[in-house]
Write a protein that binds this ligand. Sequence first.
Ligand SMILES: [Zn+2]
Length: 70
Amino acid sequence: MAKYSFDCDMDHDPMHFEVEAEDDDSAVKKLIEELGPHSEEHHPDMKDMSQEDLEKMVREGMHKEEVTAV
Ligand SMILES: [Zn+2]
């Protein structure tokens, strides 16, 4: 598992989002879900983005932090 975080600060104070996921692909999906209500409120334009562009944006913007099992 790894922890993935994404900071959104487009036109507003920075907001921090965090999810845990097995790999990058599922992290992107989880982050998009996490961002859903926020996007609806602050970024209505994102509705016009294709799913592909949205995933690309999240993938490029997210930070990965390995969670090592001890
Ligand atoms: Zn935002």
